[in-house]
Ligand binder design. Structure first.
Ligand SMILES: [Zn+2]
Length: 320
């Protein structure tokens, strides 16, 4: 197993910030971004005003739009100054030039193949171990990925998303064991606004097999989609793997498409599901309310009854 330690990542990021003006500008811009937070019962949601993210938030991901543009994750189209760290299994680790996190990396497959969770879940879990202590995350092709045609993950420091720090407390107070089989444990969380299923295991293969079981159930719910809509965040820490899956039913909330004062340009991906809403426009940052957050999570997350049924199926299938 390849391991990339924190110092090497810091060195790589600093080199890119020194030598690549776009990275330098946007990472120093990040130091000045405004953040605020809303307190809910036992958890918080942060909001970040980040104007550089407008490209990603407003990204056109229709088939025609994607075909018309040169893929920015393919090596031949990347900026000359963007360098890489070669990773196992045919991935390249790149500095994300439009950061949300202070250390924000994109991990792109070296081939131009479609974004797919089920075909790369093993890679996600391995990457979490390679980047031990970092959060590695996945956005489905219709759940926040701005390059749905090129397989990629992202990674960042593991103390930025509220989920990173509030998980254990949350599990203790509100977590409900969905199922376990001696090799993995699966939890769900009530009163958390978004739907989240968390899988814990000591071995990578057990996280992978539990994810695959859940994925097969999810697939049936959204049979007309190429991939059921979801985001995922994976962490490897203290010899344990932890994977959070956020099943989705909508890419963008109605506020995204509203006109005038009703509009909120928010396009949730893994980071938003992890508890940080990204607003590229100052007006949205200023006017977003607690009620908007509740409403947006409700719109984009799987419905209660559907999620309950999935969890029941999971319990029945796995429980010893
Ligand atoms: Zn590509």
């Amino acid at each position: 197993m390849q391991k990339i330690n924190k110092e090497n990542l810091h060195t790589f990021l600093n080199e890119q910030k020194e030598n690549w003006p776009l990275a330098k500008m946007n990472y120093s811009g990040l130091e000045k971004v405004e953040e605020k937070e809303f307190q809910f019962e036992g958890f918080k949601i942060k909001v970040q005003f980040n104007p550089e993210r407008i490209k990603s938030t407003a990204a056109k991901i229709g088939k025609d739009d994607i075909q018309k543009r040169a893929c920015f994750l393919c090596e031949e189209n990347r900026p000359e100054l963007q360098t890489k760290i070669e990773l196992e299994n045919n991935y390249s680790l790149l500095v994300n030039p439009f950061p949300i996190l202070k250390e924000h990396f994109t991990i792109a497959k070296n081939d131009h193949i479609d974004q797919s969770f089920i075909n790369h879940i093993g890679d996600l879990v391995n990457l979490a171990e390679t980047l031990e202590g970092y959060s590695v995350f996945y956005n489905g092709p219709k759940s926040g990925a701005s390059a749905p045609d090129h397989m990629h993950f992202q990674a960042g420091e593991n103390n930025f998303m509220p989920i990173d720090t509030e998980y254990f407390e949350r599990k203790k107070n509100y977590g409900k064991l969905v199922t376990w089989n001696g090799r993995f444990e699966v939890y769900r969380f009530n009163h958390y606004l978004r739907k989240m299923l968390s899988i814990e295991a000591d071995r990578a293969q057990d996280i992978v097999s539990a994810s695959k079981i859940f994925y097969r159930f999810l697939e049936k719910v959204q049979a007309d989609e190429k991939e059921p809509m979801l985001n995922a965040i994976c962490v490897y820490k203290n010899n344990k793997y932890r994977l959070h899956i956020f099943p989705r039913k909508q890419h963008r909330p109605s506020q995204f498409f509203a006109k005038g004062n009703e509009q909120l340009l928010i396009s949730p991906g893994a980071v938003d599901m992890g508890g940080v809403f990204i607003t590229p426009r100052k007006e949205d940052f200023d006017k977003i309310t607690k009620e908007d957050i509740v409403d947006i999570y409700k719109q984009v997350s799987l419905d209660d009854l559907v999620f309950d049924k999935l969890c029941q199926d999971f319990t029945k299938l796995v429980m010893p």
